[in-house]
Write a protein that binds this ligand. Structure first.
Ligand SMILES: C[S@@+](CC[C@H](N)C(=O)[O-])C[C@H]1O[C@@H](n2cnc3c(N)ncnc32)[C@H](O)[C@@H]1O
Length: 272
């Protein structure tokens, strides 16, 4: 059985797919007590409450010995583009540096109800994008981003296409369209309402949107985890349907390379 070390394990969305594919969790940790409770209940008892910057964590890791896969679903709030950062990847050229900066500026400021003297940062007029980015004459870049489908135009203002956060007020996703990203604050109706009813999504509905099976327990039958913590864990999680696919590919990799066991690299799996 392949051995997994899981860091930043949360409630175990990423790890669930690996468990289902027959991997063995030998060590998992998270600094959030609610996550540790939830993980213990649903995934494995091999989880401990640890901060990865602590000396205790260092000791744990030194004591582990061999493992085959390290899962690291570390916090992604501080950055948005996960990936191998391969300079030769042709996808890097999909947009120019200025275009990237424009997208970053809109992405950063669109959520702010108020930013400086901008009454409502979403969507942004072109002069505000220029002011915030320090660029000028960005008409061509904006046109490119519109034609590539990265931006949408609304009332002569620009916003990220597909983004729903807008002013954050009572958005109602459509029943027959893909769900918006499930966030940690879905308990607050200010952000998203149920498609038909005047209420926020329930925790179970959020878990279903993320792809958790109904057998995965958050607050049920226990007072260890409060409802708001449950929403946080679900919003932080890697969707199990994605981790399942990923785990299946990793398992396949091991099967195909079993004969070269000594040459196998440690597989480092990061899905933010
Ligand atoms: C993106 S979430 C992980 C989601 C998880 N992989 C899943 O699929 O459910 C990031 C996790 O890192 C944890 N975390 C943040 N800082 C940490 C630290 N210094 N040490 C350990 N865990 C930390 C958070 O509590 C959170 O559960």
């Amino acid at each position: 059985m392949k051995r997994i070390v899981s860091l930043f394990s949360g409630c175990g969305g990423l790890d669930l797919g690996f468990k289902e594919q027959g991997f063995d969790v030998i060590y998992a940790c998270d600094s959030d007590q609610a996550a540790v409770h939830c993980y213990t209940k649903n995934i494995d008892h091999a989880i401990v409450l640890r901060d990865v910057t602590s000396n205790e964590f260092r000791s744990d890791i030194l004591a582990i010995g061999h493992c085959d896969v390290v899962l690291g679903g570390f916090p992604c709030q501080g950055f948005s583009k996960a990936g191998p950062k391969n300079e030769k990847d042709t996808r890097n050229n999909l947009y120019s540096e200025n275009e990237e900066l424009i997208l970053e500026v809109i992405g950063k400021h669109r959520r702010h109800k108020k930013y400086g003297d901008i009454p409502n940062g979403n969507p942004l007029p072109i002069d505000e994008i220029e002011r915030l980015s320090g660029l000028s004459g960005i008409g061509a870049e904006i046109e490119n981003l519109l034609s590539k489908g990265y931006l949408k135009l609304k009332d002569s203002k620009y916003d990220l296409k597909g983004a729903m956060f807008c002013s954050g007020l009572f958005k109602r996703p459509k029943w027959n369209e893909p769900s918006p990203t499930v966030l940690t604050n879905f308990h607050n109706p200010r952000y998203f309402l149920h498609p038909f009813q005047n209420r926020p999504f329930s925790l179970r509905e959020c878990a279903r949107l993320q792809g958790f099976p109904d057998t995965f327990l958050f607050t049920e039958g226990s007072h260890e985890i409060d409802l708001v913590s449950g929403y946080r864990l679900v919003g932080n999680a890697v969707p199990p349907s994605l981790s399942r696919q990923f785990a299946s590919m990793v398992r396949q990799f091991f099967r195909e390379n079993e004969h070269q066991r000594s040459k196998l690299p440690l597989i480092f799996a990061k899905i933010g």
